[in-house]
Write a protein that binds this ligand. Structure first.
Ligand code: IVH
Length: 691
């Protein structure tokens, strides 16, 4: 039943309905956030909140103290509630040199098919944690951490106690807007806080960034209030209307609404001015009261930003030019060998602790055995280490004069240090691998750890120690065993260090993840080279788990049509295809997969832009497009829910033919596939309808 129009409500009716909505929305919040058991769809839930907001707009004086518009979610038991971002929160590509910087914008120009230099906005890159602030009718209704980019943690109560986070925007403002920025702690406040922590016998924070994150993620907002946090606003999420036509103008609007924008932000008329800006800020770095680790350069024109869009998780219109890495010297105490999920033996440097640009470093990656030979590293050597941004520190080299007389060349093991199986290096490969497969506890452990990790099944409570324990007592050998663990709940509860509560929490945590989206499922299998992005591509293409599995089985035959289709998915390519074929060619992998499918349900990938006429269609572009480059056309098609492939097969729905099209256009005609001109394509690209 449709509710009566807000315009016809009397005051009393409105008050009664607001009371009912507050109760109802709180009820659904509890179900969703605390019990993981929503009763209504997200759309229905959004409709309730929208109705509440509409009534409050007409009768602002009736807004209740417990109004849902003043409060978002409910803290999940033992943690924060999760909250989805309307527009995803993404990361940035990095440049470390003038060269990389220049190439980035050259690529953007090629994408757009233009020769013009870009006007840019330069902003210091604040080393804090990003946050998304949602304003409805000008009031702060939610603050969400970045999380995995799609879903973050609801820290609204904490954000409300930060002085530089406006509770209400200065008008005029759009009805709805997500504003993004960086929460940080000033260096001075960090030192004061650490002194107090040390005094109280608590652990100190490693750097201002960690201190800011720890202070924001407090279940008790009073603790956050006692820490001084700052905010610089710098980006836009989703908004109900256009708020600016350039980024510079957007920054101006942010200031008018009441935000702090970093005072060193500057508009640059062209890219060539960036190097000077970079040098100037770099000189200033030490005198700033907060940490920065580079400069973010953004294309000023928001229209161009929209056209450029994103490549994976990174915008094509902004780049972080990082300051050079920090270096230090220390002693290489030992070279340790780790065995990964795919059996790779990775050497890791165990270092005498050393401070590198404000961070205490004790370990560094050594990549592979070749690297050790190349650098002639020996245990006991004095080495130079480098740390750039958030990446794992690396060893640059040793200091020959300081080598102890007794230091012997390092002998890389030819057997797995964990299971003792032979460790072999395939010809042409740099990586040595343990051949123990599933009998190697390290590989099993790492595969299971990957399987339950955040981007995969995301099962809480199955940390490394628990996994190792469950393996040791024979309850967990393969992923499907996780979902059979409930049969052993009583037994677990009696084990030392467990108890009924831990056992039942774990079993509940597992039950909550019995259903999983296809992309996560594929990623969870831990197939070599199949990262989260590739898993998404596969999920989008095959859509259902059985569709994917059957196609992969067929694709083990290199001459099959299924293999050709796989090779042709954009972003997949032959190397990944052959990795998939290898995986599915192993009978024990397919057994493992089918065993797992008996325990979990896999949610099909929804076609991307539901409602577009291209949703779920397969497109091939051929010939030269004159008004849009290939990459832009491709990105646009994918945004409309289509798949783009390289070759024309029976499964192709449309072939878009530019100038000088050759064999693909002929093949389309032979197969009776609809052929569209560039004009047809432009119509679709702009309004999403197929002529
Ligand atoms: S723009 C889609 N601007 O850097 C682009 N990010 O490496 C959104 N950051 O997650 C980011 N200062 O936490 C932008 N002036 C600035 C920034 C900034 C710091 C952080 C932010 C982001 C990360 C990406």
């Amino acid at each position: 039943m449709k509710p009566p129009s807000v315009a016809t409500l009397t005051r009393d009716e409105a008050a009664a309905e607001l009371a009912r909505l507050a109760r109802e929305i709180a009820h659904h919040d509890r179900l969703y956030h605390q019990q993981d058991a929503p009763e209504i769809s997200d759309a229905d839930y959004d409709a309730l909140r929208a109705r509440n907001a509409d009534i409050e707009t007409r009768f602002p004086e009736l807004r209740r103290a417990d109004s849902p518009s003043l409060r978002v979610g409910a803290p999940a038991s033992g943690g924060f509630a999760k909250r989805a971002h309307r527009a995803p929160m993404l990361s940035l590509a990095n440049a470390f040199s003038d060269d990389e910087f220049t190439r980035f914008f050259a690529t953007a120009r090629r994408f757009l098919g233009t020769e013009q230099p870009f006007a840019l906005v330069a902003e210091p890159k604040i080393d804090g944690l990003s946050i998304s602030l949602t304003y409805e009718h000008g009031r702060l209704v939610a603050a969400t951490t970045r999380g995995d980019g799609a879903v973050g943690e609801d820290v609204t109560a904490n954000a409300r106690v930060i002085a530089t986070v406006p509770q209400a925007l200065t008008p005029p403002f759009p009805e709805f807007i997500e504003i993004r920025g960086e929460i940080f702690m000033a260096k001075q406040d960090f030192l004061t806080l650490n002194a107090a922590e040390a005094q109280a016998g608590r652990r100190e924070f490693a750097n201002p960034r960690n201190a800011a994150a720890g202070s924001l993620r407090q279940l008790d907002a009073r603790i956050t209030a006692g820490r001084r946090l700052g905010l610089f606003a710098y980006a836009l999420g989703e908004a109900s209307e256009t708020v600016a036509d350039t980024h510079w103008h957007y920054l101006e609007r942010l200031r008018q609404w009441g935000f702090s924008v970093n005072p060193y932000s500057e508009a640059l008329a062209g890219e060539s001015l960036a190097a000077v800006f970079q040098a100037r800020i770099s000189e200033h770095r030490g005198s700033l009261d907060y940490d920065i680790d580079g400069v973010v350069y953004k294309i000023d024109d928001l229209g161009l930003q929209r056209r450029l869009g994103f490549a994976g998780r990174e915008p094509r219109w902004a780049i972080a030019w990082k300051f050079p890495a920090e270096q230090a010297m220390t002693v290489l105490r030992r070279i340790e060998i780790q065995v990964g999920r795919t059996g790779a033996l990775t050497p890791v440097a165990n270092l005498a602790p050393v401070n590198v640009g404000g961070v205490l470093v004790t370990r560094a990656t050594l990549h592979n055995e070749e690297e050790i030979t190349r650098l002639d590293l020996r245990e006991g050597d004095t080495v130079r280490v480098e740390r750039a941004g958030d990446v794992i520190p690396r060893v640059l080299g040793m200091v020959a004069e300081l080598r102890p007389a007794a230091a012997a060349p390092f002998r890389f093991p030819d057997h797995c240090p964990v299971c003792g199986s032979a460790a072999l290096r395939d010809p042409g490969e740099v990586v040595r691998r343990c051949t123990g497969g599933l009998i190697c506890p390290a590989q099993r452990q790492e595969r299971l750890a990957h399987f339950v990790s955040r981007g995969a099944f995301d099962i809480e409570g199955l940390g490394d120690k628990t996994l190792a324990e469950l393996q040791a007592i024979g309850l967990m050998n393969r992923p499907a065993d996780i979902f059979r663990l409930h049969r052993h709940e009583a037994e677990l509860a009696t084990r030392e260090g467990w108890g009924e509560i831990s056992a039942s929490n774990l079993i509940r945590g597992i039950a909550a993840r019995r259903s999983v989206p296809l992309a996560r499922f594929i990623y969870a299998l831990g197939i070599r080279r199949i990262g989260q992005n590739t898993a998404k591509l596969l999920a989008r293409h095959y859509q259902t788990v059985t569709g994917w599995r059957d196609a992969m089985r067929e694709a083990t035959d290199p001459a099959s049509e299924a293999r050709a289709e796989l090779d042709n998915i954009l972003g997949i390519g032959p190397a990944i295809a052959s990795e998939l074929a290898d995986f599915f060619g192993e009978p024990h992998n397919t057994t493992l997969l089918d065993d797992l499918l008996g325990e979990v349900s896999v949610v099909p990938e929804a076609p991307r832009a539901a409602g577009s006429a291209l949703t779920g269609k397969t497109l091939v572009f051929t010939g030269t497009l004159t008004r849009m480059t290939r990459p832009e056309a491709r990105a646009r098609a994918e945004a409309l829910g289509a798949r783009v492939t390289e070759s024309v097969t029976r499964k192709t729905d449309y072939v878009i033919v530019g100038e000088d099209a050759g064999s693909k256009a002929r093949r389309a005609a032979e197969l009776g596939i609809t052929v569209l001109s560039e004009d047809d394509w432009l119509d679709i690209a702009t309004d999403g309808a197929v002529p």
